[in-house]
Ligand binder design. Structure first.
Ligand code: EPZ
Length: 417
């Protein structure tokens, strides 16, 4: 077990390279189950969740050959259609094999993911959509059992935009008979990246990135050859780190098109944000201004950036209001930020963050992926020493975070406990 130890106070300066996006690489790797042959994927982030999905693909019978940030996946001989509880419980995105397996084999058995630290996170909308496409869905000892002769195109309206639901049904519909229309679909950039890769495989998808996606089913697909997009949440995390340490950082490969809400909120908080040829430069201001944030599906403010902004706003000159509208339990970092001397009050879905002059270093505990990032950011700005434990949460979604921060001038290290 490891922890991260930070001596705060150093402004961050320099250039940092963003890795490939976790939340795009996961569905892309699941999409390789849609057809045989050698699928080539590059710019894959080296993360715990990626190793889990490799494990899952191997469990299903696929061959996985990875070197550095590239991988060749061959799903010619898928011998099992079951995603086991032991893997799904460690990474709920495993449910994204459901659509591809059902579309290709007419049968899939996937463990229900169960609860999560940030919310109940049911998959009812995934199942409702597959049932609308003709699948017989039943629950058996904690597993979703899905069967169908061949999926049929359908018009599916999502009660609420769901990233995973849109991805699962979009993949399933590529091999369905006829046309599928997904309405009130999620518009996240990762969905555009997935649709681009699927169209490269011979799928016929239009409208990805809008709330109405149309998929004309085809009889066969060819292997994928795709480069994973840059991670907008990792990029956003470094942008906030630069702002709250009053630093000056170029975040290489950060794409402003994917970060509009983040850029506008950083500017509102007083930071200087410049769009450059090869990325985004953030210069922190002397004073952090209080702001209001409401998380919502893309293009709204991303819930995956809420905790990082909260860490920054603990040092604002005034009171900020943060409303978390996507997940019902995503304020777990508040208690830990309070341990660092912040002044935060939770009122239902809202957190009132009263800025303080200084955070005080202390031992804190990570509770989920983005909460752990917010504690590292707070430690960078706090006086003295902050120790963040349970960093296995961090390793799920950030590639070598402490090394990248060290290269920007932070006094940070990973130590064994
Ligand atoms: C994706 O999760 C991301 N994960 C999450 O990132 C991200 O927070 C989330 O989208 C929202 O942007 C991956 O891409 C692997 P949803 P997902 O389905 O697909 C409810 C991170 O930090 N809902 O869009 O699970 C659900 O409970 C992670 O990297 C249903 O009620 O999110 C939630 O309240 C955390 N029924 C809301 O919709 C359903 O069938 C949005 O969930 C599906 C979802």
């Amino acid at each position: 077990m490891n922890k991260i130890v930070i001596h705060g106070g150093n402004p961050l300066n320099g250039t940092v390279q963003v890795s490939g996006a976790k939340n795009s690489a996961l569905p892309l790797l699941c999409a390789t189950l849609l057809t045989g042959g050698d699928h080539h994927l590059s710019n894959i982030p080296q993360l715990r969740d990626i190793r889990t999905v490799f494990e899952l693909l191997k469990t299903l019978g696929a061959e996985v050959d990875c070197s550095g940030d590239s991988a060749v996946i061959n799903a010619d001989r898928v011998e099992s259609i079951e995603a086991p509880y032991d893997l799904v419980k460690t990474m709920r995105a495993s449910v994204l094999v459901l659509g591809p397996l059902l579309a290709r084999y007419g049968h899939a058995r996937v463990s229900l993911p169960g609860g999560c630290a940030i919310g109940a996170r049911p998959i009812d909308l995934h199942l409702k959509g597959l049932a609308a496409m003709g699948a017989e869905i039943s629950l058996d000892h904690g597993y979703v059992e899905a069967r169908v002769e061949r999926l049929k195109g359908a018009t599916i309206y999502f009660d609420m935009p769901t990233v995973g639901g849109t991805e699962n049904l979009m993949m399933a519909a590529t091999l369905a008979e006829g046309t599928t229309v997904l309405e009130n679909a999620a518009c996240e950039p990762e969905i555009i990246d997935l649709a681009t890769a699927l169209n490269g495989m011979g799928a016929q998808i239009s409208g990805a990135g809008t709330d109405t996606i149309t998929i004309e089913g085809v009889d066969a697909l060819r292997p994928m050859n795709h480069r994973v997009m840059a991670d907008r949440i990792e990029a956003g995390t470094f942008m906030v780190a630069a702002a709250m340490t009053r630093g000056n950082v170029l975040v290489k490969d950060a794409d402003p098109v994917c970060l509009e809400a983040v850029i506008s909120k950083l500017r509102e908080a007083g930071a200087q944000v410049d769009l450059c040829e090869d990325g985004i430069r953030v210069k922190g201001a002397e004073e952090i201004l209080p702001i209001q944030i409401k998380t919502s599906p893309h293009p709204g403010f991303p819930t995956d950036m809420q905790a990082q902004f909260m860490a920054m706003l603990t040092l604002a000159n005034g009171t900020s209001v943060i409303a978390e509208n996507v997940f019902e339990n995503r304020f777990m970092h508040v208690c830990e930020l309070q341990r660092l001397g912040s002044n935060i009050r939770i009122d239902g879905k809202q957190a009132l963050v009263e800025g303080v002059d200084m955070l005080l270093g202390a031992p804190v505990m990570a509770t989920d992926l983005r909460a752990s990032a917010s504690l590292v950011l707070a430690g960078l700005a706090a006086d003295n020493t902050t120790e963040v434990s349970r960093i296995y949460h961090l390793d799920r979604g950030y590639e070598r975070l402490e090394e990248k921060l060290l290269a920007l001038g932070a006094d940070i290290q990973r130590v064994a406990i």
